[in-house]
Design a protein around this ligand. Structure first.
Ligand SMILES: [Zn+2]
Length: 99
């Protein structure tokens, strides 16, 4: 199974920046494909009490690279596995020093 390209984020909590009113995920984050009602690892959003973030792509909540990962405590390992580690992509090369 290929990871979905347009995966967004569902999280256990939500935090809004008082300055720019931008809603960010907090707590545990899962991958979620908009228009579905469960996470990639199979949790039903409403039953699990997860909040949807259709405006935030999965890549932005990865603690190593993401722009919106500041308040994220944990990335669901099953969703991460389902999305693939993609070591050969740009985001994973950022940890290496550039010449
Ligand atoms: Zn998950």
């Amino acid at each position: 199974m290929k990871p979905p390209k347009d995966a967004a984020v569902a999280a256990s909590g939500s935090w809004t920046d008082p300055d720019d009113r931008y809603r960010s995920p907090t707590g545990i984050v899962h991958a979620w494909v908009p228009r579905t009602n469960q996470t990639l690892c199979g949790l039903p959003l409403s039953k699990a009490g997860l909040i949807r973030f259709p405006h935030i792509p999965w890549a932005e909540v990865q603690p190593a690279t993401g722009r919106d990962a500041d308040q994220v405590q944990e990335v669901c390992p099953r969703c991460a596995a389902a999305m693939g580690q993609r070591r050969d992509e740009k985001s994973w090369r950022r940890t290496n020093p550039r010449p």
